[in-house]
Design a protein around this ligand. Structure first.
Ligand SMILES: Cc1cc2nc3c(=O)[nH]c(=O)nc-3n(C[C@H](O)[C@H](O)[C@H](O)COP(=O)(O)O)c2cc1C
Length: 167
């Protein structure tokens, strides 16, 4: 017999527990109507190594998820701990995104999306699958190009950007 579904936890309980979890910080980018756009995102991890594929979760109530579906391609730029300012810029004022792409820092990747040359790791992706799951759209991005640069990852935990420490 199938076990009964346990009582669900509340959204607040879930969010509170997730605040304790450390995440690397990335800017996900795409191009919409010829205009580069991007968003700071922590809900990203490797999905499969064969083929190289990332999973990226984007809120469904913003234009970003729809525009990434339209573009069919996106880039993931994992930031270094010198790039917290970029994370802040791409997490607010979506209307000013265009100005956020300083030409000295960004070029166009194989996906057609902006890539940050000095990101610790960057991945150009083609959307392999996308499905709506509750509040978010879940994207599987097949990696079509990548690059790395020296630097330590920028981290996020409990409302603050943080740096890696050694034991
Ligand atoms: C550290 C950090 C992590 C975030 N992670 C995600 C994420 O994984 N997925 C997502 O859709 N939005 C994420 N966001 C939110 C977006 O970057 C952005 O702030 C939001 O969509 C802006 O919309 P609003 O100002 O209109 O509310 C994150 C923001 C911050 C600061």
């Amino acid at each position: 017999m199938k076990a009964p579904t346990p009582a669900a936890v509340s959204v607040d309980e879930y969010k509170n527990a997730m605040r304790h979890v450390v995440s690397p910080v990335a800017v996900v980018t795409w191009t919409h109507a010829g205009v580069p756009e991007g968003l700071t995102v922590t809900a990203i991890c490797s999905a499969t190594t064969e083929p190289p594929t990332l999973v990226v979760c984007i809120r469904g109530d913003k234009s970003a998820a729809e525009r990434i579906r339209e573009a069919g391609r996106f880039a993931v730029n994992f930031l270094s701990d010198e790039q917290a300012e970029i994370a802040r810029r791409f997490s607010s004022h979506p209307g000013e995104e265009r100005e956020a792409f300083a030409p000295a820092l960004w070029t166009t990747g194989a996906s057609g999306a902006p890539v940050l040359d000095r990101a610790v790791s960057r991945f150009d992706c083609a959307v392999e699958a996308a499905f709506e799951q509750g509040s978010h759209w879940v994207f599987l991005g097949r990696v079509i190009d990548l690059g790395t640069a020296p630097g330590a990852s920028l981290l996020y935990r409990d409302g603050f950007f943080r740096r890696l420490g050694t034991e």
